[in-house]
Design a protein around this ligand. Structure first.
Ligand code: ITT
Length: 203
């Protein structure tokens, strides 16, 4: 049976993608489930290029349709940083908490509201017998502001600092289903779902 490989090693993304893709008619698998330990170097100049690199590498390693996610946080007062480098913002081996601490430090002098947005590009690579895999891209963004103190325990990454003015809460204070509806990743997956359904059902 066809399976869909979630081409990420980030446990927060895995959980959200499992929830967001639950309605698809095929089993979802992680690289870990297949014993695949491929580390993809994120050498692209855009989210789309990095998402494509992840999806293509994991489709090649598994022979399965693979869905890669590249995402990041862009803060206007920092000229769009950490952006494409959001995962590497506090250097190698750093934790989500280290990255949040660095962001608070960088914005210490910046007056509120500190406008920011999360971006996500999802790439789906479909292996082909005698050609390079076909890759399809879907995007989502979510606008907000950066707080200088953490609020909330849900989500992952920069969520406790990402304030949603319309909700009066941070992303880490939202229940999972609401984050999945409003977030950059939720929006990218919503854009991908009709196409994924058609692909996986042969419609
Ligand atoms: P993979 O490449 O294995 O998918 P990664 O963590 O390296 O995992 P990225 O290169 O896309 O993923 O880096 C995204 C960074 O932005 C990372 O530090 C995340 O914690 C953060 N991030 C992405 N989506 C987020 C979300 O929904 N909420 C909070 N932070 C998020």
């Amino acid at each position: 049976m066809t399976r869909l490989l979630i081409a990420t090693n980030n446990p927060g993304k895995v959980r959200e993608l499992q929830e967001l893709l639950a309605e698809l008619p095929v089993p979802l698998v992680r690289p870990y489930d297949l014993g695949i330990t491929t580390e993809v170097a994120e050498t692209g100049a855009t989210y789309a290029e990095n998402a494509r690199l992840k999806a293509e590498a994991l489709a090649a390693a598994s022979g399965l349709i693979a869905l890669g996610d590249d995402s990041g946080l862009e803060v206007d007062a920092l000229g769009g940083a950490p952006g494409l480098h959001s995962a590497r913002y506090a250097g190698p081996g750093a934790t989500d908490a280290d990255r949040r601490a660095k962001l608070i430090q960088a914005l210490r002098e910046a007056p509120a509201p500190r406008a920011a947005r999360f971006r996500c590009v999802i790439a789906v690579a479909v292996p082909a017998a005698s050609a390079a895999p076909a890759v399809h891209l879907f995007e989502g963004t979510c606008e907000g502001e950066i707080l200088l103190e953490e609020r909330g325990q849900n989500g992952f990454g920069y969520d406790p600092l990402f304030w949603l003015p319309d909700q009066g809460r941070t992303m880490a204070e939202l229940p999972n289903p609401l984050k999945n509806r409003l977030s950059h990743r939720g929006r990218a997956v919503q854009a991908a779902l009709p196409w994924l359904h058609a692909l996986l059902t042969g419609a």
